[in-house]
Design a protein around this ligand. Structure first.
Ligand code: HAM
Length: 418
């Protein structure tokens, strides 16, 4: 039997109501904050990710699903959405109409990591990206919106971690200090971090290898190297979050795993997912639009790990599998044909219905209605049909109504809408 690809999964029909519940909450919230949906493709030129995420990152070095197209182009299944949204912003010259654009997108991403709980090779993200706003108020608003999403979904026990990564003006000094510091600890660093000391020493700050964590425990803090503009930006974001009652922790080691970030970076962490503690992450990427060939425009965004969010959703929201409003149980060939037409009419009229066509006994039909979590069962036997009647049973209260088959859809509607 052909099995799933390792690290990929099916989202089964009994699980999709929870996915839809989150999607609905996201769409309502984000649209209320002025975001519009964008749906970029899943496949992009490999170059896009190399130039945005950075050649020295784990994602580009070893996690991308890249292949050569028949015409020789190198293509990649997107490992994240930000690069695509930026490409689209530039390609469609969205900035010409209005440099300020707020967009969100929900969809699958692909990274060839080692699969474990909370880590998949195809996973889903909820992304929000804002272009054209330099004010620290937008940083605060995005973080506020993100935290609000978790509270709307009744998720508790999350912590906001925040840091600043400075700008091209002040970061080089910090990188130099950090390189010097890491050079003294080289024997503790893993092979990747050791190799990256010169070009990309900041990657060592969020390396998960225990000896690297030990090596960087006393590394210098970037916050001490910020220029005055970056410092006042960070302070303004912090002040506004405090004013809005959003608790956060300043985390000097939070550098994120992608190279495009500048200034504010943040993560939402939880203790409930073992090693995969980040449920969401994001930050500013003020240089990326220009680096990819667009005009100089600031930008900021975040992505929520959909699969991880589902795992920390409270139990009551995990079971949202609503069954059909009407389960039609017809007995005998003639009844089945009549009932088939009524079930179709019910569905067309917006009353969800399911008719059983397997010819089972009434007892097993009732069992199936129960399993499907049907709200009502419409029972149609040969005897009732002769009298022009059918029985409608409320599965919760167990009440039964004898209804006329003349105008059956309206008769049913009158009862279920009582
Ligand atoms: P990221 O931190 O790489 O950021 O991913 C964001 C979130 O996606 C993570 O916090 C995690 O919840 C989830 N995630 C990442 N990898 C996996 C995986 N293998 N399995 C399950 N969930 C995963 C970004 O992707 C940036 N593009 C975020 C961003 C948007 N920054 C600015 N705008």
């Amino acid at each position: 039997m052909i099995q799933l690809v390792r690290g990929f999964k099916d989202i089964l029909p009994e699980e999709t109501p929870r996915w839809q519940h989150i999607e609905k909450t996201v769409r309502t919230l984000f649209e209320d904050f002025g975001f519009r949906e964008i749906r970029p493709p899943i496949l992009e030129k490999t170059e896009l990710f190399k130039r945005s995420i950075g050649e020295d990152t784990d994602i580009v070095e070893k996690e991308m699903y890249s292949f050569e197209d028949r015409n020789g182009d190198s293509l990649t299944l997107r490992p994240e959405a930000t690069a695509s949204v930026v490409r689209s912003y530039i390609q469609h010259k969205m900035y010409a109409a209005d440099p300020v654009q707020k967009m969100y997108t929900i969809g699958p991403m692909f990274r060839r990591e080692r699969p474990q709980k909370g880590r998949y090779r195809q996973f889903y993200q909820i992304n929000a990206e804002v272009f054209g706003i330099e004010s620290p108020l937008i940083d605060a608003q995005l973080i506020f919106m993100l935290v609000n999403l978790f509270s709307r979904l009744s998720v508790t026990g999350i912590r906001v971690h925040m840091n600043s990564l400075g700008c091209p003006g002040c970061r080089p000094d910090f990188k130099k200090n950090l390189s010097d510091f890491l050079a003294l600890k080289k024997q503790l660093l893993c092979e990747n971090c050791g190799r990256r000391i010169g070009r990309n020493p900041m990657r060592a700050l969020d390396c998960k290898v225990p000896s690297c964590r030990e090596a960087v425990s006393e590394a210098p803090s970037i916050l001490h190297s910020l220029c005055s503009n970056c410092r006042s930006h960070f302070e303004a974001v912090s002040r506004m979050l405090e004013q809005q009652g959003v608790g956060f922790e300043v985390d000097k080691r939070l550098v994120r795993g992608l190279d495009y970030y500048t200034r504010t970076t943040f993560e939402i962490q939880t203790g409930e997912l073992g090693a995969q503690s980040a449920v969401a992450g994001g930050g500013r990427y003020d240089g990326l639009v220009e680096a990819l060939g667009g005009p100089s425009q600031p930008a900021i965004g975040f992505a929520v790990g959909f699969d991880r969010l589902l795992e920390i959703l409270p139990a009551k929201d995990k079971n949202r599998d609503a069954g059909p409003e009407i389960f039609v149980a017809a007995l005998g060939d003639e009844s089945v044909i009549k009932a088939y037409l009524w079930a179709t009419d019910l569905s067309v009229a917006g009353i969800s219905s399911e008719i059983d066509l397997t010819g089972r006994s009434l007892k097993s039909l009732m069992k199936r209605a129960d399993r499907l979590n049907a709200a009502h069962v419409l029972i149609v036997g040969e005897d009732e049909l002769k009298k022009g009647e059918a029985i409608l049973r409320n599965m919760k209260t167990k009440e039964q109504y004898l209804i006329s088959v003349n105008g059956i859809v309206e008769n049913i509607r009158n009862i279920i809408c009582q």
